[in-house]
Design a protein around this ligand. Structure first.
Ligand SMILES: [Zn+2]
Length: 442
């Protein structure tokens, strides 16, 4: 009963009580929320007590930043429920191995963030926090009122307890394990006929292929991309096949950070998390979010810097929301390519993943998929998938286009190698189209 009430309470609060007329109103409210939260939570976390000692809560916006490494280093002292990283890791690994995601640790669910840069993060949530999360996500995701019946197909890497929370009489959920075969999924989806389809972009793309071929026959009224960056190539394709706007959930173990409005624009969830920007470029269009989640008490997330690069939308969204609008999520900060400056002056040229994406996609609309990897300071590998057999023509186009990009940015031109085979992504792993294979050591 408490569960249903909490979910409903947060559903209603998010949907109806957190409407802001201006950014000032939103930020004033948020500031108050964070301060109230810090007053309660700081004394409960030994790490926080020490880390923010002598600092004024009113000045929280300038508190020192925490990143994943710092959080993991201090995990034992940071959480407010005295759980050790060693025991939490053990539970998390065990769950991954046995694919039984039911066990928890003294009533807390352990989540593992899939760090692509090597360091995995641990996240603890209480039942209460999960219910709040469920109510909030439903408020943002459901096209109709919560009592309207929906059949939701949810594709996940792991059927984690976090998602099990959301079940009710009117809402039907079916979970699909990403590790299963796509042919099985298609059959099950045809039987289930979901009204809402939630899956990572790469899987939505496969389903769109199947739908186009007529093997899959589903007619969801809402499609939501989760877990991976939804890039324009996939977005347009999936949207065309299913004839609708593709929505996007920006969510990670660190929190539920963004959701698309009716216009398909991604807005940051500033009504539930405070988000500050650390700009990455001089014209202030790209930033890394620094989040303060004023509702998470088990493992406080205070001025926590995410590794993601977000591109801010320059024009206001027609929906009129005061929440920050995002053009798109560009990728991770460690997906940025670095090349030596053309003048060999010892400087580095920064190449954002988007620059590379745009150059490749613009070459030909025959390109269906691509991967770009930086292997070293003077070697870049490119793999392409395309519809026809104009391989030489397309490769030459991509080569020219990348070369001119590097020239424009005044970088030394690296060796650009085309791979014969398209690298396959191990099942269940997140897809990245632009990535660095090795740390470049700076
Ligand atoms: Zn909008």
């Amino acid at each position: 009963m408490k569960r249903t009430l909490t979910i409903l309470e947060h559903y209603l609060q998010t949907k109806y009580c957190r409407q802001f007329n201006s950014r000032e109103q939103l930020l004033t409210w948020q500031n108050q929320q964070v301060q109230n939260f810090l007053k309660i939570i700081l004394p409960q976390s030994p790490f926080c007590q020490q880390y923010y000692q002598g600092l004024d809560i009113q000045d929280w916006q300038n508190f020192p930043i925490i990143d994943k490494a710092k959080m993991m280093e201090n995990f034992d002292q940071l959480n407010t429920v005295k759980i050790l990283a060693s025991e939490a890791f053990e539970i998390a690994f065990q769950a991954e191995k046995t694919r039984d995601f039911s066990p928890n640790l003294r009533g807390y669910t352990v989540g593992l963030s899939t760090g692509t840069s090597g360091n995995r993060g641990l996240f603890l949530v209480s039942s209460q926090e999960q219910w709040i999360w469920a109510g909030t996500i439903l408020a943002k995701l459901l096209p109709n009122f919560i009592l309207f019946p929906e059949k939701i197909a949810f594709f996940l890497r792991a059927n984690s307890r976090l998602y099990e929370t959301v079940k009710s009489r009117s809402l039907q959920f079916q979970f699909f394990d990403l590790l299963e075969l796509i042919t099985d999924h298609i059959q099950q989806l045809n039987d289930y006929q979901p009204t809402i389809l939630v899956a990572p972009a790469s899987l939505l793309r496969l389903l769109a292929d199947a739908q186009k071929q007529g093997i899959l026959k589903i007619f969801p009224k809402k499609i939501v991309s989760v877990a991976e960056v939804l890039d324009l190539l996939d977005q347009n394709y999936i949207s065309k096949v299913f004839n609708q706007v593709i929505h996007q959930v920006y969510q990670c173990t660190e929190g539920f950070l963004g959701y698309t409005c009716d216009h398909g624009t991604l807005h940051l969830n500033e009504d539930i998390v405070a988000i500050q920007k650390e700009y990455l470029d001089p014209d202030k269009s790209r930033f890394m979010p620094i989040i303060t989640d004023f509702r998470r008490t088990t493992q406080p997330i205070i001025r926590y810097r995410l590794n993601d690069i977000l591109v801010e939308r320059k024009t206001p969204c027609p929906c009129g929301s005061v929440l920050i609008a995002i053009e798109h999520i560009e990728g991770r900060q460690d997906d940025i390519f670095y090349l030596p400056h053309g003048s060999s002056n010892g400087e580095w040229v920064t190449i954002f993943p988007d620059f590379l994406r745009r150059e490749i996609v613009m070459v030909s609309d025959e390109i269906e998929d691509y991967q770009v990897m930086q292997l070293s300071l003077n070697r870049i590998e490119v793999a392409l998938k395309f519809k026809n057999n104009k391989k030489d023509l397309i490769q030459a186009g991509v080569f020219k286009s990348l070369e001119s990009l590097f020239k424009r940015l005044h970088a030394q031109i690296p060796e650009i190698i085309f791979l014969d085979d398209f690298p396959s992504i191990p099942k269940g792993q997140k897809r990245r189209r632009v990535w660095q294979r090795q740390k470049l050591g700076f």
